[in-house]
Design a protein around this ligand. Structure first.
Ligand code: PAF
Length: 281
């Protein structure tokens, strides 16, 4: 595996791959790699000849009161993990490669940036848009792979790519879960043993809400029940049942439904979602 910290040598390497007609897939990450990331890399390998994994803890997507400083930085473990599988290049840029002279550009992330997670994290999606657009510009990937756990991020990136005419195909990968149902996340490492025991109740409640809707409970009662049940363990930021295609309100013709939620457990923020198809529509 080649490791690059600077854009110039990475671009040179990728240009020579393109001259050999090899296709390139990018998996952007913030490191702290786990099984969920490995599934993204598997998908990237399925899609294309070459896989580039970027590891960059992006400061612009964290607000001042958030966990940028304490975000797990596990570069040597990440390298070992990636060396053991098929990854052609790891890109570990320094801040000034991504944001030369401290520059950063504002992106209009539209309505998608102002709802759900965008309410409690108002600068977050703009920061994600900045780093992802920059990585697309550097790597020029044929495919870019993202996880469905960050569903709102996925839709925001899809619309960014469409709006800016970026030539990459966005590929998504279903959420990878621990054996007890908890969605894998680098931030799970912050949970105390007691909170880690309680955390799977989050996903179990989303499953229960899905089952309630499928057996005829109306959306607003199912949502209310979910908030009540989750509140016994978590501080609930939001639970919404929406159209999975665009995170808007469900209409009678919406077929793909998402139950999407953010909660906190002792200040650790967890997000999760379930997408399903309404059978009676
Ligand atoms: O999902 C993430 O890990 C990050 O938001 C991403 C896409 C790597 C951008 O920093």
């Amino acid at each position: 595996m080649h490791i690059f910290e600077q854009i110039g040598p990475l671009e040179e390497y990728l240009n020579s791959c393109r001259e050999d007609a090899l296709s390139i897939a990018l998996v952007p990450t913030m490191g702290g790699l786990h099984e969920g990331h490995l599934k993204l890399i598997d998908k990237a390998n399925e899609c294309s000849d070459m896989v580039v994994v970027s590891v960059f803890v992006n400061p612009t997507q964290f607000a001042e009161n958030e966990d940028f400083e304490s975000y797990p930085k596990t570069l040597s473990e990440d390298k070992k993990l990636l060396e053991a599988i098929k990854v052609d290049a790891m890109f570990v840029p320094l801040d000034n490669e991504i944001y030369p002279d401290g520059s950063s550009q504002d992106y209009d992330v539209g309505e998608m940036g102002n709802i759900l997670c965008g309410i409690s994290r108002p600068i977050h999606f703009n920061g994600v848009a900045q780093v992802v657009a920059r990585l697309f510009d550097i790597v020029k990937p044929d495919y870019s792979v993202f996880g469905e756990k960050d569903y709102q991020q996925l839709l925001m990136i899809n619309s960014l790519v469409e709006r800016l005419g970026i030539k990459t195909t966005i590929v998504s990968v279903p959420t990878v879960r621990e054996s007890d149902g908890l969605a894998m996340s680098t931030r799970n490492n912050y949970l105390s043993p007691e909170d880690r025991t309680n955390a799977p109740l989050f996903y179990h409640q989303l499953v229960a809400t899905k089952e309630a809707i499928q057996s005829g409970t109306d959306i607003s009662s199912a949502t209310e029940q979910a908030v009540d049940a989750l509140s016994t363990v978590f501080d609930v930021e939001y639970v919404k049942v929406l159209n999975a295609n665009n995170l808007t309100q469900i209409t009678t013709s919406s077929r793909e439904i998402i139950i999407i939620s953010a909660v906190r457990l002792s200040e650790i923020r967890l997000i999760d979602n379930i997408v399903f198809r309404r059978s009676n529509v």
